[in-house]
Write a protein that binds this ligand. Structure first.
Ligand SMILES: Nc1ncnc2c1ncn2[C@@H]1O[C@H](COP(=O)(O)OP(=O)(O)OP(=O)(O)O)[C@@H](O)[C@H]1O
Ligand SMILES: [Mg+2]
Length: 217
């Protein structure tokens, strides 16, 4: 499967999600490649940090730029079972190229009005890509939700996203909350499932996401 983690906005957690899923996927099947198409190559940096710190399993990664991402990823699929693409935070040739080849595209959004404003453009990008890439399935993921149950932002966002306006993008059931363990794990090139002391809530959330994405093929 080719999985794209992308979006039009900086900072909603694309790299966090791409790197966590890449480590978890590599642990369960071998032939996984993380493709970093962001010119600020944070995913690649995380991979080298992981390697320097001797964290196992090693996550294979590569950087690819420009619209050739499309053809190069297809070529790489001859060698890998799964490819996870971290496509950076803006409408770019890389994002558009990746949308044309991926099976699933996940757009993480924070529960904020500023992130919601990018949805119209994302919907149009998905619509255009779907004319060529008929297998494309697009999803929205709420990330960095408040872990305080009294804050209903994520619920409000769910109601908004379930409206017909966004019928070409499905809202994932999984929600990731704002949890310090994601940052701490990333600082040493780890996934949150590998980090000690374990943060059971973060582990549960990311495992739910993993299952929702990979088990439903
Ligand atoms: N669920 C979370 N809980 C806590 N911190 C998070 C969470 N998700 C992401 N972060 C933090 O938010 C910051 C931005 O995340 P990240 O770099 O993954 O976003 P991005 O979408 O890849 O950004 P960019 O558009 O710059 O590539 C990082 O410091 C990351 O550790
Ligand atoms: Mg990033």
């Amino acid at each position: 499967m080719i999985l794209l983690i992308g979006g039009e906005k900086g900072g909603p957690g694309k790299t966090t999600i791409a790197t966590n899923l890449a480590a978890m996927r590599t642990d369960s099947i071998e032939d996984v490649l993380l493709v970093d198409t962001d010119r600020q190559p944070t995913s690649s940096y995380w991979c080298s940090l992981r390697e320097d710190n001797g964290i196992f399993p090693r996550v294979a990664s590569i950087q690819k730029y420009d619209k050739s991402v499309r053809t190069e990823v297809l070529e790489l699929m001859k060698k890998y079972t799964d490819i996870i693409i971290d496509a950076g935070g803006r409408d770019s040739p890389e994002l558009r190229g990746a949308l044309l080849v991926c099976d699933k595209a996940v757009f993480p959004l924070r529960p904020s009005q500023f992130d919601l404003w990018t949805l119209g453009r994302l919907r149009n990008l998905v619509e255009t890509a779907s004319e060529i890439n008929e297998k494309l399935k697009a999803y929205i993921l709420i990330n960095q939700a408040s872990p305080n149950p009294a804050v209903k932002e994520a619920d409000e966002m769910k109601q908004f996203l379930n409206s017909e306006l966004f019928s070409n993008m499905k809202l994932l059931d999984s929600v990731l909350c704002e949890r310090i363990s994601y940052r701490r794990a990333a600082l040493s090139g780890m996934a949150v499932v590998e980090y000690k002391p374990e943060d059971p809530k973060a582990v549960k959330e990311i495992k739910n996401l993993y299952e929702e994405i990979f088990d439903e093929i």
